[in-house]
Write a protein that binds this ligand. Structure first.
Ligand SMILES: [Zn+2]
Ligand SMILES: [Zn+2]
Length: 368
């Protein structure tokens, strides 16, 4: 094995990333060193890169390595790591997926078993200058600390199918379970990027009667259709909020949707989504991760309509395994291999971000 590995270093807003080499670390007992094979660019990575999420203002220790959606193989096993989190024997060279955050196990949320709501989960960004250096996805290696969760990837699932499983797929799966989507219900999905596409397939597998997706990009709408969306609302045709709400009402016999999922990332779409809900409907908020953005709402509409809003970030300790099993079980049914539209080398990382930001690429991946 090489004694050094490359990493794309992020120093701050507006600065190009610099590919730099660091010494390959030895994993401490209980840890794993991963050789990353593919890392994708998630909407929240773009928010950080654009500055919608100001890492400096949040006190994140820079320089760091961006990126959290990834897959790879086991490069080195720390002492005592003999199996994956499903109890299967784990060896060097095995393909794996893993969450990029760590619940603490000792806060009030963790003690109740609510690992997804542990405050430590969102504090996963660390400084690349300090060992073990490999702290983000856009690098040759990734250091999985002790107290990690890791699962072996079946051979029949390719990297571009599983690369987003540890974020997009697991987060929407956890969210749809949180709002208790049940058999026969109608779901509206606002925004069908990587998360919206994943939500479409999962809602179908959970027994949704009708899935209505809203977007304004032909490529995304077509992909949503291939992922079994039943109705497409094209924002270029249904231009106003009122028109789109009316369309959902028309498609649901005037009643409204049982569940609306926000995966756009702009707070302005929330009032529209709430208007699409039926009496007693549930709104699942996932997309808005940028602090300081607001929306206006008449709260009596929530009270009188008995509507609920659920916020979800991250997911539970068992979710990624369920996501992986879902990909295996439905292999070939949904074109998960089509979500990654463009691949780039690590040295092209700025170009990969720019092209996804401009919409030239719908979802980019760095191949390592
Ligand atoms: Zn993500
Ligand atoms: Zn905790």
């Amino acid at each position: 094995m090489a004694d050094k590995g490359r990493a794309a270093i992020y120093r701050g807003l507006g600065q190009p990333m610099e590919v730099k080499e660091y010494p390959v670390p030895e994993p401490e007992p209980g840890a794993i060193l991963i050789k990353v094979s593919m890392a994708s660019i998630c909407g929240s990575d773009l928010h950080q890169w654009r500055g919608d999420i100001d890492l400096t203002a949040l006190g994140a220790p820079l320089p760091t390595i961006l990126g959290h959606e990834m897959t790879g193989t086991v490069a080195k096993l720390g002492e005592g790591v003999l199996t994956d989190s499903a109890g299967q024997p784990l060896a060097i060279g095995d393909r794996v997926v893993y969450p990029y955050f760590y619940s603490c196990g000792r806060c009030p949320a963790c003690l109740k078993g609510n690992h997804a709501t542990c405050p430590m989960n969102v504090l996963y960004i660390s400084c690349a200058e300090l060992p073990p250096h490999f702290v983000g996805a856009y690098a040759d290696y990734y250091y999985l600390h002790p107290n990690h969760t890791v699962f072996k990837v079946p051979d029949d699932l390719s990297d571009n199918v599983v690369v987003s499983a540890n974020c997009a797929l697991s987060t929407v799966l956890y969210g749809l379970e949180k709002v208790e989507l049940s058999f026969g219900e109608t779901v509206v999905i606002q925004g069908v990027g990587g998360l919206g596409i994943s939500a479409t397939a999962i809602a179908k597998e959970m027994g949704a009667h009708r899935i209505i997706v809203i977007d304004g990009v032909t490529q995304r709408l077509e992909l949503a259709k291939a992922f079994s969306a039943d109705e497409l609302i094209d924002m270029r045709e249904c231009k106003t909020s009122q028109e789109r709400v009316q369309r959902v009402k028309d498609l649901t016999g005037g009643w409204g949707a049982d569940v609306v999922v926000e995966l756009v990332g702009f707070p302005g779409v929330i009032p529209e989504g709430l208007d699409m809900l039926c009496n007693g409907g549930r709104y699942l908020e996932i997309g808005n991760v940028s602090p300081g953005k607001t929306f206006e709402i008449d709260p009596s509409l929530l009270v009188i309509g008995s509507k609920s809003i659920f916020g979800v970030v991250m997911y539970g300790r068992d979710t990624l395994k369920k996501a992986l099993d879902f990909l295996s079980r439905t292999r070939g049914k949904y074109p998960f291999d089509k979500i990654i539209s463009h691949c780039y080398q690590l040295e092209e990382i700025d170009k990969a971000f720019e092209e996804q930001d401009k919409g030239i690429s719908s979802r980019s991946a760095i191949v390592l």
